[in-house]
Design a protein around this ligand. Structure first.
Ligand code: ADP
Ligand code: MG
Length: 162
């Protein structure tokens, strides 16, 4: 589904709605250019999972763990990964699609695509504050309808801006 965000607060709110629906074993893949809003989305999602700690950038550690009210949350940023092998050698991939919820920025750097996943593609909109968020669920048929319904207030049929 395609969502329209008019501000960083909107993006965080959208992500929090999604976060409330996530359960252990789910993975959120966050695609988009630098500054698109992937980290804003990851923090919102973690908030929805009941993470109360301040979240730092995991770009140098690759992954930062947090304790949510319901699930462990693993926030990945794979931007600085030199190759997908590095993720496997690090042993961190055990936190993807396992216990807890993984939120992954730059998943393409690690060739990460678990069967059960939410793909989120964030693109810039018509002004500095606007973002178009394309969200797709895979392997979550049992919960898809509830999640799409919860996000429907932000739904748009806007054509993607160049
Ligand atoms: N609609 C929006 N959604 C998300 N971020 C936005 C939006 N409008 C402006 N911003 C700003 O864009 C920046 C996004 O930064 P960040 O989430 O770190 O990007 P990324 O992790 O994709 O590199 C933040 O400074 C945020 O305040
Ligand atoms: Mg980021």
């Amino acid at each position: 589904m395609r969502l329209l965000s008019q501000s960083a607060e909107d993006t965080a709110a959208i992500a929090a709605i999604l976060g409330k629906e996530l359960v252990s074993g789910d993975t959120v893949l966050l695609y988009g250019d630098l500054g698109a809003g992937k980290s804003v989305f990851a923090r919102g999602c973690a908030g929805g999972l009941g993470v109360h700690q301040t979240m730092a950038s995991p770009s140098f550690t690759l992954m930062q763990p947090y304790r949510g009210d319901r699930e462990e949350v693993y926030h990945f940023d794979l931007y600085r990964l030199s190759s997908p092998d590095e993720l496997y050698f690090s042993g961190l991939e055990e936190h993807i699609g396992g216990e807890g919820v993984a939120l992954i920025e730059w998943p393409q750097m690690g060739d990460v695509e678990p069967d059960r996943r939410v793909s989120v593609v964030i693109s810039r909109g018509r002004n500095e504050q606007e973002r178009v968020i394309d969200l797709m669920l895979h392997g979550m048929e049992d919960r898809a309808e509830a999640i799409y319904r919860a996000l429907s207030p932000f739904e748009t049929d806007t054509e993607k801006q160049a």
